[in-house]
Design a protein around this ligand. Structure first.
Ligand code: SF4
Ligand code: SF4
Ligand code: SF4
Length: 316
C-alpha cells in the first residue's frame, strides 16, 4: 500500500527540512485562522444554545445568522473552486485541514529516530490530536458561541457541546490515523469533485529527464518521487491515464487529475539530487513545480534531449 512505502521514504525527506514544510504550516494557519475568525469576530454565526447569532459583526436573528453562515460557506467554496480551476487540486495539497491531518499522522507514525529528542517524538505524536481539536472546535464555533463551553448553568448544553466536540475529535483523529490518504483517494467526495472540475493542464509537476544542456540524465531513476507520493502516482508521468482507484474515484483519467499538487515528490527529488550531487557533479532537479514548459514530461534519448513526442522529435 502506498502509505507503507511512503513511510519508509518519509523519514529521510522530513529529517532534512524543506521550504514547503514552513509554507504548508502557513497555508494551514490561514485555513484554521479563517475558520476561527469568522464566528469569533461575529462575521457569521448561529448560536444554537444561547441565541447569540451574528451577521456582519452585529446581533442578528436566527434567519440572518443562518444566512451569514451559508454565505460564509459559499464564499469558501468559491475560493477553493477558483484555486482548483487555476491550479488543479492545490487546495488538497496545501489548504485542506483533513489533508494536513493525514500528513501529521504520517509523521506521527514514522519509526522513532534515535537522533530525535524525546520531546520531538511527543510533539509528532500529539500533532494529529491537536490539529483535530483545532478543526473540530473551529467548526463548532460556527454553530454555537464559545460561552457554551463554560455554560455551567446548563448541564445539558455542556453535555451536548463537549460530547459533540470530543466525538468529532475522536472521529477525525481516527480517520487521519487509520484511513489517511485512502480517504482522499477513494472516499472524499470533495476530492472526487476537485479531480474533474477543470484540473489545470498548464500547471503542476513538470518532469525533465535530461540536464539543461541535454547531454546527460539529470534523473537518477531512483523512484523516490513515486515512493513518497501520498496518493500513489508517478510524478514523472502525470498525463498517463490510470485505472480506477476504488471507492468513488473514476477510471482512466490522467494521473494529473488525482495529483494533490502537494510537492512531496519535489521535496524527495531535491533531496536525492542533493545527496548525489558530489558524486555526479549535477545539480539540475528533474522535477519542478510550476507552469509547464512544453510537455509535462520531457524525456531524452542517449544523445539528445527530446520532447517525448515522436512526431515532434522526428521533425527536428
Ligand atoms: S481529497 Fe478531500 S480530504 Fe483529501 S485533501 Fe482533498 S479535499 Fe481534503
Ligand atoms: S505527484 Fe507529487 S504533487 Fe502530486 S500528489 Fe504525488 S507527491 Fe503530491
Ligand atoms: S526522485 Fe527525481 S531523480 Fe529520482 S526518479 Fe524521481 S524525478 Fe528522477
Amino acid at each position: 500500500m502506498a502509505t507503507d512505502v511512503r513511510l519508509k521514504v518519509l523519514p529521510r525527506v522530513e529529517s532534512r527540512g524543506h521550504r514547503y514544510v514552513w509554507l504548508r504550516y502557513l497555508t494551514q494557519a490561514i485555513t484554521i485562522g479563517i475558520l476561527f475568525v469568522v464566528p469569533l469576530s461575529g462575521l457569521a454565526r448561529v448560536d444554537l444554545y444561547g441565541g447569540n447569532h451574528r451577521m456582519l459583526y452585529k446581533e442578528a436573528s436566527l434567519k440572518e445568522g443562518l444566512a451569514a453562515v451559508i454565505l460564509g460557506i459559499a464564499a469558501m467554496y468559491i475560493a477553493t473552486f477558483l484555486i482548483n480551476f487555476a491550479c488543479g487540486r492545490m487546495f488538497c495539497g496545501w489548504g485542506c485541514p483533513v489533508g494536513f491531518l493525514n500528513r501529521l499522522a504520517d509523521v506521527a507514525q514514522l519509526k522513532p529516530d534515535k537522533r530525535h529528542a524525546k520531546w520531538r517524538r511527543w510533539r509528532d505524536a500529539a500533532g494529529p490530536l491537536g490539529h483535530s481539536t483545532l478543526l473540530v472546535v473551529s467548526c463548532m464555533l460556527w454553530w454555537t458561541s464559545a460561552a457554551t463551553y463554560v455554560a455551567l448553568d446548563s448541564p445539558l448544553a455542556l453535555a451536548w457541546v463537549w460530547g459533540l466536540t470530543l466525538a468529532g475529535i475522536a472521529g477525525l483523529a481516527s480517520l487521519g490515523w487509520w484511513w489517511r490518504w485512502g480517504f482522499c483517494m477513494r472516499a472524499c467526495p470533495i476530492g472526487l469533485y476537485y479531480s474533474f472540475i477543470a484540473p489545470s493542464k498548464e500547471f503542476g509537476i513538470f518532469f525533465r529527464e535530461a540536464t539543461t544542456d541535454g547531454s546527460r540524465d539529470a534523473c537518477l531513476h531512483c523512484n523516490a518521487c513515486i515512493k513518497v507520493c501520498p496518493v500513489d502516482l508517478n510524478p514523472m508521468d502525470l498525463y498517463e491515464p490510470i485505472p480506477a482507484r476504488g471507492g468513488v474515484s473514476v477510471a482512466d483519467a490522467p494521473a494529473n487529475n488525482h495529483c494533490l499538487k502537494c510537492g512531496d515528490c519535489i521535496q524527495a527529488c531535491e533531496m536525492m539530487i542533493d545527496l548525489a550531487a558530489p558524486r555526479r557533479g549535477i545539480t539540475d532537479v528533474p522535477l519542478r513545480f510550476g507552469f509547464y514548459e512544453g510537455e509535462q514530461r520531457l524525456v531524452r534519448t542517449k544523445t539528445t534531449a527530446t520532447t517525448g513526442n515522436p512526431a515532434a522529435d522526428s521533425a527536428t
